[in-house]
Design a protein around this ligand. Structure first.
Ligand code: DP6
Length: 327
């Protein structure tokens, strides 16, 4: 029995993945661009064990059940098909941040699972192949395979849909300060949000606007231009939530704390602090700022009563294997 353990970062998208052309293969309708988050990681150990009758999946300290387990088992099936094996697996996975609250736990989880499970099965996939595999577990997970600043090419077939590095973590000392305003699992998961997105009549307008916004973000990254990156990221985050709120039925991810933090960011910026917000499909607010301003941003965010926890992230590295196993 060979164990393999991988660690992968979550990521925050500046341009979001929202809506699929093929929900089963997770082929998105648009390219997306993100940064890996070095303080929001998942560690996963996998071993294929001939003594097992069924897959065993432990997330945190609990044996996973229901849809969480089913999604991991479906991913193990993809790995078994690639490796041409039928052996069942033991999977232990641990996050160092709250699950299901708009910090993309599925991104780091499926990136770490893809790397650990393929190695445990005796496969050595390229970065592109790993990204394609991770994508099928959770779309945003394909962006957590390469390190640093990453673009996911939507493509129109599975072989064309994977993520590549735009710049390494050391390229830009940016910070993502996560203001956690809720740690409860959201009521509508991203997968259902993607499916609902196409029912919003603003969706087609978003798709039409994206090529220009993607180009702005690529240029902003290349020029390390925080105001340009920040404004484009805010536009995109607001648009994602506009589409969620106008989907049928509507989806509201925001909580009162979300609005408090967004309004505070606007005030701080008016006072001269270079800080911008973005959101995933959840209530927590991600604040983008220069490393030199991170302490100031953290201190101000902590003063907002609705903020429960603050997590500071620098650009994170690629998914990688480690020697310390979880079992
Ligand atoms: C709003 O990757 O979580 O965070 O493929 O169904 O697992 P599934 O969706 P997921 O969607 C992420 C949506 C987002 C934006 C983004 O990270 O690009």
């Amino acid at each position: 029995m060979v164990q393999a353990t991988a660690i992968a970062c979550s990521n925050i998208a500046f341009i979001k993945y929202w809506g699929n052309r093929d929900a089963t293969l997770r082929l998105p309708l648009n390219n997306s661009i993100s940064m890996n988050l070095d303080s929001a990681t998942t560690t996963t150990t996998v071993a294929f064990d001939p003594a097992l009758d069924d897959d065993v999946v432990v997330i945190g300290d609990q044996v996973a059940q229901g849809r969480h387990r089913a999604r991991v088992v479906a991913h193990l099936e993809r790995v078994r098909a690639l490796a041409r094996i039928a052996t069942r697996a033991r999977v232990h996975s641990r996050n160092n941040f709250p699950m299901g609250a708009g910090i993309a736990s599925s991104a780091s989880a499926f990136a770490a699972l893809s790397l650990a499970a393929t190695r445990a099965a005796g496969l050595e996939l390229s970065e592109r192949e790993l990204s394609m595999l991770a994508r099928q577990g959770s779309g945003s997970a394909c962006r957590s395979i390469p390190g640093g600043f990453v673009e996911w090419y939507a493509g129109s077939t599975s072989a064309e849909s994977y993520a590549v590095q735009l710049a390494p973590p050391s390229f830009w000392d940016l910070r993502d300060v996560i203001a956690v305003v809720s740690t409860t699992e959201k009521s509508v998961g991203s997968t259902d949000g993607h499916a609902a997105a196409l029912s919003s009549h603003f969706f087609a307008e978003r798709l039409a606007a994206l090529p220009a916004r993607l180009a702005r973000v690529r240029h902003a990254l290349a020029a390390r231009d925080l105001p340009a990156l920040g404004i484009a990221s805010e536009e995109d985050a607001i648009e994602l939530h506009l589409i969620a709120m106008t989907s049928r039925p509507p989806i509201f991810y925001w909580s009162p704390g979300t609005v408090r933090v967004i309004q505070a960011v606007q005030c701080w910026r008016a006072e001269g602090l270079a800080v911008y917000f973005t959101l995933d499909a959840g209530p927590n607010v991600h604040l983008l700022c220069h490393a030199r301003d991170a302490d100031t941003v953290v201190a101000r965010v902590r003063e907002i009563p609705e903020v429960l926890q603050v997590i500071v992230n620098a650009p994170g590295g690629a998914a990688r294997l480690v020697d310390e196993h979880l079992f």
